[in-house]
Structure formats: structure tokens, C-alpha cells
Design a protein around this ligand. Structure first.
Ligand SMILES: C[S@@+](CC[C@H](N)C(=O)[O-])C[C@H]1O[C@@H](n2cnc3c(N)ncnc32)[C@H](O)[C@@H]1O
Length: 315
């Protein structure tokens, strides 16, 4: 999209307009403009940059031959993809673009936002209807009247103030537009989850160093967990949860999507890095999320209690 067309989506000029070359699917290399509203100031999301740049293609269905991201997208929109149909969609916190890759096909225009260097690795860069934008969820200078849908998956808990982040999503969409988001669930047992005991230490470790550690140890721990720990425990929900606390790494070995061990390992390494390196991991209770939605005046709230995926209409 030309910068003249793209500028109509913003209320102020970017700090920097970066031009990079990217190739989108089979279209060949093209120059792509990135609207950078952060500039040189430090942003806490750096850990996501190294994670998504290193594992750029792992979760992209087009590259891994699965429907894992598509199925996730369907669950996220609560079974109704038509909510995105031909819309102007603001995607916040896109990572490597596992969903951007679908959004550019479904929506009329996608404004994709990420503050981390992951933005430069987004697999959909170069799509003609994509406007890539480097900004923070709390300060996206988008013209809300232009936006039909806000799409924010896997991001809210990684901000310093998840309640304020949810409310903020409603500032970026036209009245009557749709806001889609999810949050990590805060349940009674969350304080006992091993990850939350280890994170105060692991989030201090340089993400690149942690990734090297994860690449060495996650495959071994995964094998140990599968061959010994899982066998000693029942295959019930309680047994699986117990096993996850004893060996607290992401474990895709039970997933029906993957068959090759190498793929199971890659997803497990990536998700283990995602569990331990982000600066913030602040889950919310269902009640707290619902209260924020009520305070914003959101209408038509649809919520899934097991996935903590939410859909609401902006007042
Ligand atoms: C767990 S990843 C999710 C990526 C993608 N949405 C997905 O579901 O695969 C979280 C993303 O949120 C971004 N993020 C973290 N803090 C943010 C903030 N304050 N504003 C916008 N994005 C943020 C990170 O850079 C990262 O790419």
C-alpha cells in the first residue's frame, strides 16, 4: 500500500518511516514501508523480537503443513470468521504473523502493530493490503473511525496493566465496531503453577541466552517427561496438570496436530521461551475482565469460559 493511502489511517506522522524489502508468498521481493511510532526508545517487548525472529516460520500453517493456527483463529473468533470479512482490522501484537497471514486474506485492510523487532519478521510483510506499524498498545495513533475490528491475541497479559489494556482496545475501533481479545486465565490454582515461581528468575536472563538453554534442555526434558513422568501419572486432566508442574516446560507431545518429533520439539521450545522470558505475565480472572467490559460500556459480550476469548461491540 502506498504511504499516501496508508497515512489516512493515522492521526500523526510516525517518528520514522522505515523501508525494508520483503517477499510475500510467491510475489517476489518488494519494498515495504514500516510506520514506526516508537523510534529509538527502549521497549520492554524485546524478548519477543528474538523469539519470533528465530522461530519465524514455526507456527505459520503455510510453512508447517498443519491447520494449528487456523484452528486457533477459529476458536479465537468463537467460530465466526465472517466477523472479519472485508473489514479494516487493527491487529495488535502480531508476533511473527501466524494470524496476520490469514487476516490479509480475510480483511480488506490489516493494520498490524507490534512494538518489538518481531514486526520486521512478520510473514505477511509485502501483502498489498497490509500496513505494518511499530507502536505500543497504549499509544496507537490510529483513526478509530477507520477501524471496524480490533484483533488482539496473546498480548493483554504481557502488558504492564492488563485491565487498562482491555479498556484501551475500545478506543481504537469505530462505535459499533468489534473488539476481539483473549487473556491468560487467573484461577484459584494459578499461584501454585511452577512457571510463576520460576519467572522472577528467568525473566532476568537475557532472552537469547535463555533460548540457547531451551534448545539444549527442552528436547531432553520433553523426552524424560513423555517416557517417565507421563507414564507414572493418569492421562486425566489432573494427571496432565501434575506432569506439567513437575516438568514445567511447554509440551506439545500430546497434540494431535503434530506427528514429527522435530516439530513437537520446535513448538515446545518456542512456547517454553514464551513462558519464561517476557517481562510481564499478568493473568486476570473472568470476573475482572467482565467488569472492565461493563465499565467501557461494551455491548453484545460473548465470552468463552474455557479459552478466555472475548468478543464485544464498542459503544
Ligand atoms: C505471545 S506474542 C503473541 C503474538 C501473536 N499475536 C500470536 O498469537 O502468535 C505477544 C506479542 O505481543 C507483543 N506485545 C507485548 N507488549 C505489547 C504492547 N505493549 N503493545 C503491543 N504489543 C505488545 C509482543 O511483541 C509479541 O509479539
Amino acid at each position: 500500500m502506498s504511504s499516501q493511502d496508508a497515512f489516512k489511517y493515522f492521526m500523526r506522522a510516525p517518528v520514522e518511516l522505515k523501508t525494508i524489502t520483503a517477499s510475500f508468498r510467491e510475489s517476489g521481493r518488494a519494498s515495504v514501508e514500516i510506520y514506526d511510532f516508537i523510534g529509538t526508545s527502549e521497549h520492554y517487548s524485546k524478548s519477543f523480537g528474538s523469539q519470533w525472529t528465530r522461530y519465524r516460520n514455526v507456527q505459520i500453517d503455510r510453512f508447517n503443513g498443519t491447520n494449528a493456527s487456523y484452528n486457533h483463529l477459529l476458536a479465537f473468533v468463537q467460530g465466526n470468521l465472517s466477523v472479519l470479512d472485508r473489514t479494516v482490522c487493527l491487529e495488535i501484537g502480531s508476533g511473527a504473523g501466524r494470524f496476520t497471514d490469514y487476516l490479509v486474506d480475510l480483511c480488506k485492510t490489516v493494520i498490524t502493530v507490534d512494538p518489538s523487532p518481531a514486526l520486521f519478521a512478520n510473514v505477511a510483510l509485502g501483502a498489498p493490503n497490509l500496513v505494518p506499524c511499530r507502536a505500543d498498545l497504549f499509544d496507537i495513533p490510529v483513526c478509530r473511525r477507520e477501524v471496524d475490528v480490533v484483533f488482539c491475541r496473546g498480548v493483554i497479559q504481557h502488558t504492564a496493566n492488563p485491565r487498562r489494556a482491555i479498556a484501551k482496545l475500545f478506543d481504537y475501533v469505530r462505535p459499533g465496531g468489534v473488539v476481539l481479545f483473549d487473556v491468560y486465565p487467573l484461577k484459584w490454582y494459578t499461584p501454585f503453577v511452577t512457571k510463576y515461581w520460576l519467572r522472577p528468575l528467568t525473566r532476568q536472563v537475557d532472552p537469547e541466552r535463555f533460548t540457547v538453554w531451551a534448545e539444549k534442555w527442552v528436547p531432553r526434558l520433553l523426552r524424560f517427561k513423555k517416557d517417565f513422568v507421563n507414564r507414572m501419572l493418569p492421562a486425566s486432566k489432573v494427571g496432565v496438570n501434575f506432569s506439567n508442574q513437575i516438568v514445567p516446560i511447554a509440551d506439545f507431545s500430546r497434540s494431535t496436530e503434530f506427528h514429527a518429533w522435530e516439530q513437537i520439539v520446535q513448538w515446545s521450545v518456542l512456547d517454553t521461551v514464551d513462558m519464561y522470558t517476557p517481562r510481564y505475565d499478568r493473568p486476570l480472572t473472568f470476573g475482572a475482565i467482565t467488569r472492565v467490559l461493563q465499565e467501557t460500556g461494551a455491548r453484545g459480550i460473548q465470552a468463552n469460559r474455557s479459552t478466555f476469548c472475548f468478543k464485544a461491540v464498542a459503544p
